[in-house]
Design a protein around this ligand. Structure first.
Ligand SMILES: O=P(O)(O)OC[C@@]1(O)O[C@H](CO)[C@@H](O)[C@@H]1O
Length: 319
């Protein structure tokens, strides 16, 4: 069972442009689609498609069309009374797969709605194989909220994965000594923001990514899965470091690729595969997602794990 928390869910509206994006121009779209989404919800979607039991917790009104869509799609969701409407995030995709995203802040939350969300998660977490805390925090949330929730879940004794960015990620990193998640999934930019490295170098060089990730492992994170875009992903644990390169992929939309990668890793972990095979599944899922339009999340039929290239990395020098 994977329990996901999406504190700032979104309706993802994807506008597929007929021509390259040009600022200030009138552009034609070939299609416009919408999907109930947000990082944790995307992971629950992947779980449903793979036959893994999942519960998605998020702030939303019971009668919101957002929730109806999730239920229609077979996602067991536990919407908690929200402080406001679900935000809309806009994705612009160009014919060559270039993806531009505009994410709204979301409605400002109250302390009461955060407490309800946290209690709902706590209630469902017991016995889960993984609990995933994913995405941004809505305005009004203290940046250290995720760190508090991780500490809370440690009392429950369930493995916790976190994928977030900006202030909540920095606040979590400041608390690793007492609230280290079992899995952290930064991209190159997020990893650089935590370790002071250069994001472009981290994305381009798996050894640089592994060195940065190892800093977090030394500080208590059990596994760091660093996603590197077209460069695949690096996994670092206390026992080793691995790099996986995706098969050649025609990119259509990168939205949801990171969430799909994280799910692939969790799926491998639930199947008790060795770390390198969890990484292989992560990259198979991430590259499959990049080949799909909008926020479409891959199903097992989309995967080609046999085409993922795996390499063990030398243990990076101490930093
Ligand atoms: O604004 P956040 O919470 O950081 O990210 C939200 C989001 O970009 O993440 C998902 C893709 O990872 C999308 O479904 C969604 O729009």
């Amino acid at each position: 069972m994977i329990v996901t928390l999406t504190p700032n869910p979104s309706i993802d509206r994807t506008i597929a442009l007929a021509s390259p994006l040009e600022r200030g121009a009138v552009l034609r779209a070939v299609s416009v689609t919408s999907q109930s989404a947000g990082k944790g919800v995307n992971i629950s979607r992947a779980a449903v498609a793979a036959g893994v039991p999942t519960i998605a917790v998020m702030p939303a009104a019971q009668d919101d069309p957002y929730v109806h869509e999730l239920l229609r799609d077979g996602i067991d969701c536990r919407p908690e009374p929200p402080a406001g409407a679900v935000r809309m995030n806009v994705t612009l995709t160009e014919p060559d797969g270039t993806t531009t995203k505009i994410n709204s802040p979301g409605a400002t939350v109250t302390a009461a709605s955060l407490d309800r969300l946290r209690a709902a998660l706590h209630q469902r977490a017991a016995g889960a194989g993984w609990v995933v805390l994913a995405g941004s925090l809505p305005p009004g949330t203290p940046p250290e909220w995720y760190a508090d929730v991780v500490a809370d879940l440690q009392q429950v004794g369930v493995p916790v994965a976190v994928d977030t960015s900006d202030a909540p990620l920095i606040a979590l990193a400041d608390r690793l000594e007492t609230a280290a998640p079992d899995l952290l999934k930064p991209n190159a930019e997020e990893l650089a923001s935590l370790t002071g490295g250069d994001a472009e170098q981290i994305e381009a060089d798996p050894l640089a990514a592994a060195a940065a990730a190892r800093v977090l492992v030394h500080r208590g994170v059990r596994s760091v899965l660093a996603t590197l875009g077209a460069g695949g992903a690096v996994l670092v644990t206390a026992d080793g470091a691995w790099h996986a390169t995706p098969p050649p992929t025609t990119v259509v939309s990168t939205v949801g690729a990171g969430d799909s990668s994280l799910f692939g890793f969790l799926l491998g972990s639930l199947r008790e595969l060795p770390p390198s095979e969890c990484l292989r599944l992560a990259v198979a899922y991430g590259s499959a997602a990049a080949a799909l339009p909008g926020t479409t999340i891959p199903t097992p039929d989309h995967l080609h794990p046999e085409l993922v290239d795996l390499a063990e990395l030398p243990v990076p020098a101490e930093t």
